[in-house]
Write a protein that binds this ligand. Structure first.
Ligand code: HEM
Length: 207
């Protein structure tokens, strides 16, 4: 007997996006309290703080994004409506006259990443969700630093389309879960693994 197609399975409604938010709220709050991030969000944040952040985040984001996208198929990527953010980050680095060492890409977060599609999408939830807080931080830095901040393309990745982009991502995520293309527990495990990796690396980078 052949196995049923995903679309013939009963739909299980789950707001996976909300479940993910709750499951990762603790580690997200811990990230916000790291010295590097506290400096960025303080009322005395400087251009040097922003540059320090760029130097740290590129060593974390670049290998992570590369590894996660390599595990993703085109259909799922299109349904989630996501695109790589590394080009924006590299443009910000160039604007700030910061060098990017391509050897960074060799530091793949291999062992912390889980291999299946659900866990991969969980990891991409972390990278996509970061654009929400990123927009708030970009506004804050623009107010304090002004023009020398530059475009802040990475932090303010979706700019005024942030809400629409997030709605698209969470709608795609919930639809894939409803169709049982994604296994919620694995998505959560993938998101937590990536969040913890980001936490540890930011802690090391920002001391
Ligand atoms: C100082 C550092 C940070 C601040 C102040 C911050 C702030 C925020 C804010 C304000 C939101 C939006 C919450 C909402 O719309 O209700 C958010 C969402 C989010 N942030 Fe951060 N963030 C920070 C760092 C990060 C980092 C480094 C990551 C991961 C790389 C991250 C991942 C996320 C995710 C995944 C969400 C979506 C949560 C959800 O609604 O499901 N954040 N953040």
């Amino acid at each position: 007997m052949s196995s049923p197609e995903p679309c013939s399975r009963p739909r299980i409604e789950i707001d996976l996006a909300s479940v993910l938010r709750r499951a990762t709220a603790g580690v997200h709050a811990e990230i916000e309290q790291l010295p590097l991030m506290l400096r960025l969000t303080s009322e005395t944040a400087t251009l040097d703080d922003y540059r320090r952040y760029l130097r740290a985040i590129v060593t974390i984001h670049a290998p992570l994004e590369q590894a996660l996208y390599a595990r993703l198929d085109d259909t799922t990527r299109d349904r989630l409506g996501i695109v790589p953010k590394l080009p924006a980050l590299l443009a910000d680095m160039e604007e700030q006259s910061l060098a990017f060492n391509p050897a960074t890409l060799a530091f793949a977060p291999g062992p912390v990443l889980l291999d299946d599609l659900s866990a991969t999408v969980g990891g991409l939830y972390v990278l996509e969700g970061a654009t929400l807080g990123g927009r708030t931080i970009a506004r804050h830095l623009r107010r304090l630093i002004g023009e020398p901040l530059g475009a802040a393309r990475f932090l303010d990745f979706h700019s005024r389309h942030t809400s629409v982009a997030w709605k698209g991502f969470t709608t795609g995520l919930n639809a894939l879960a409803a169709q049982q293309v994604l296994v919620p527990d694995r998505v959560i495990a993938g998101a937590l693994a990536v969040f913890e990796h980001v936490y540890k690396r930011l802690e090391l980078a920002g001391g």
